[in-house]
Design a protein around this ligand. Structure first.
Ligand SMILES: C[S@@+](CC[C@H](N)C(=O)[O-])C[C@H]1O[C@@H](n2cnc3c(N)ncnc32)[C@H](O)[C@@H]1O
Length: 205
């Protein structure tokens, strides 16, 4: 059982996680014109907070994650809400074959920093998009390592925007833009600290 499997049941009880998903959804709506003809892939969906916030703006959404615990909670939420356009999928793009479907949008929230090989995942996101599709990734700016209190967590300590920009362009994307869309507040020891979250928008070309 992974750390995320264990945390899945309580994930939505943190109001900050719900609020940040709504803030990122608002920023995505402002960044690109969403239509119900669009298909989307959310990668690292967790319990689906971001996709539930975008669910009525787009057409079919595939929600992928490696954590079965997260996918189980997501499945229960989809069943109890009655929505019909959200489809969970267990997928690890690092090891599984690339799905055959292509999407108009691929988006992620707080997932990129959990993936060891950033260049590889960006190339796979590029391959999964339709010819003028968009990649939207919301994640942590470079931080000092205090964001993850679990010292065993195997993660990137956020991203330097310029470095990520170059990687995104090398993967074949253009029209890259960054904006700050949220700040996560955390208590580190007895001090309050804020961690900015960027939204990166890029288009396949
Ligand atoms: C910090 S959580 C964010 C969940 C959700 N996006 C949110 O903001 O509430 C990171 C998520 O990425 C998933 N994840 C971690 N590594 C992954 C990988 N290699 N491929 C797909 N998902 C992964 C975890 O299982 C977890 O659900």
């Amino acid at each position: 059982m992974t750390n995320f499997d264990e945390r899945a049941k309580d994930w939505d009880s943190d109001p900050q996680k719900v609020e940040r998903a709504r803030a990122v959804a608002d920023a995505i709506r402002k960044a690109i014109p969403l239509t119900q003809n669009m298909t989307a892939l959310e990668y690292g969906c967790g319990t689906g907070l971001l996709s539930f916030a975008l669910q009525s703006d787009v057409g079919q959404i595939t929600l992928a994650d490696t954590s079965q615990g997260m996918l189980d909670v997501l499945g229960e939420k989809i069943a109890s809400s009655g929505v019909t356009n959200m489809h969970p999928m267990r997928l690890d793009l690092a090891t599984d074959p690339l799905p055959t479907e292509r999407y108009d949008l691929t988006y992620s929230l707080m997932t990129l920093h959990h993936i060891r090989d950033t260049d590889d995942i960006l190339r796979k996101f590029h391959a999964l998009l339709e010819p003028t599709g968009y990649l939207l990734a919301a994640d942590l700016d470079k931080e000092d390592g205090t964001f993850h209190t679990d010292s065993s967590a195997d993660v990137h300590m956020g991203f330097d925007r310029e470095e990520l920009w170059k990687k995104v362009e090398s993967a074949g994307f253009g029209n890259v833009k960054f904006s700050t869309v949220y700040e996560i507040a955390k208590k580190i020891g007895n001090k309050k600290k804020t961690f900015p979250i960027f939204l990166m928008v890029a288009q396949k070309h």
